[in-house]
Design a protein around this ligand. Sequence first.
Ligand code: F6P
Length: 559
Amino acid sequence: MSQPTSQPTFPFAPQPPLTATASYQALEEHAVEAEDWQLRSLFAADAGRFPGLTVDAAGLFLDYSKNRLDARTMALLTALARERGVEAQRDAMFAGARINTTENRAVLHTALRAPRASALVVDGQDVSADVHAVLERVRAFTEAVRGGAWLGHSGKPITDIVNIGIGGSDLGPKMVCLALRQYAHPRLAMHFVSNVDGHDMDAALARVDPETTLFIVASKTFTTTETMMNAQTARAWFLQHAPESALARHFVAVSTNTEAIRQFGIDPANMFPFWDWVGGRYSVWSAIGLSVALCVGFGYFQDLLAGAHAMDTHFKEAPLEQNMPALLALVGFWNRQFLGCGSVSIAPYHQDLSRFPAYLQQLDMESNGKRVTKSGAPVDTPTCPVIWGDCGTNGQHAYFQLLHQGTDVTPIDFIAALRPAHEYANHHAALLANCFAQSEAFMKGKTLDEVRADLQAQGLSLANIERLAPHKTFPGNRPSNTILMEYLTPYTLGALIALYEHKTFVQGVLWDVNSFDQWGVELGKVLAKRIESELTGSALPELHDSSTNGLIAMAKAAV
Ligand code: F6P
């Protein structure tokens, strides 16, 4: 983690508090009018609601019509986006301005997926040339490993790849490898070790053979405790089975910190660099995606980048009124600020996207889980909601009960592919039917009268009808988005990830928070270091509260 500098070069003047802006105040007034709106009535009153509140971009389709808003709401929200400078700040990000003010860094993950011809030069540095030089190395390395030219120390081809990393150095590669498993190399098994919990490493090492395993140590900083401990453990395990001279065939590293990699003992030829302007949670497009390129091949990795680039181009060029990431952000903002929704559930109706909610948790909550503005003043409204979720249909048989009938209103993003990559047509029809039925059920609900009529038709007594009806009523009027693609491919997945990245960016601009730092993770890291030395050393814990002292004493007694 680099230290903040005292000279940020952010090119924008401090923003006024959100609630003091004219367009936010107009939205507050509008929200009073909209308080009693019912989605059923909004659909009944407007035959053009679906075409009016849907948008296509980069192989994705977004239906946001099942939200409690109308054209005027969207006009007010886009006016707010303009007043907050979304377009200017977006352009500044793409151009390489140092919009990460507390770390005085540019934010250029979009440059990682731009074609070579984009020729982006920032502060005199040819960023495009740097990016494509590393991509070329990734290509050569992945082709050697996948093609069998890169051999383990005893002359056998690689069969297992263990990515050692955490946070952005784990969640992106792991999520993408799983999502694109249809494209995976049949000889290569992918493993991901992130947790400092030795059970994680233990489970991975039990499944691999040191003669045919390639370890990728992935860490932007190369100082992250979990990753460093896991990397040392993997190295020690490997050296129990092979000579030191064999390390170079089995350990490679991805990082911005080449000096630390050298000190770890990894061959400089096996380092894949990236740059401080790539945030950890935005790094799957960089050499951190090495495990993805190894898994699916460089061509499909390029398709992933191309899909993201297509979404970048759309985000950069489309007017806010038809701009998919901006619209997704504005709808989410409306639900958060004016409907008071404190969490958002992500429901991929595609088993291969099962890690997507976890990926979005870091992307969104590490980016916008902030409570002060860029100038350090308290944000005067709530910010990032909690992001959580799991695959449909599994979630339906677990927590959807709360989503349908609980006291909190939780907006849901449904994500599905229109065509499957398998041949079980009946499964796919059932899956999509469930996806669409759920969004319909959340929107419409089921009124007390409808429930009574149903129960009457089933021949229940009046007393039983009155006893059961409240339990079987659904309030409905619960917001959701549906995102569709034709197939889940590297291209559409790239577009989907970039869609959420830019959604996160736009919301950060609305709240005026720095979406690109993560100081909130630091305190726990510092305290853990201290407690670790108390657990492993002889010093008695005296500096803590009685609870922490008590817990430490229990752990020490158990050793
Ligand atoms: O502690 C949070 C964090 O810094 C994330 O932002 C990052 O993705 C993760 O840790 C891993 O960091 P690194 O890639 O430097 O090991």
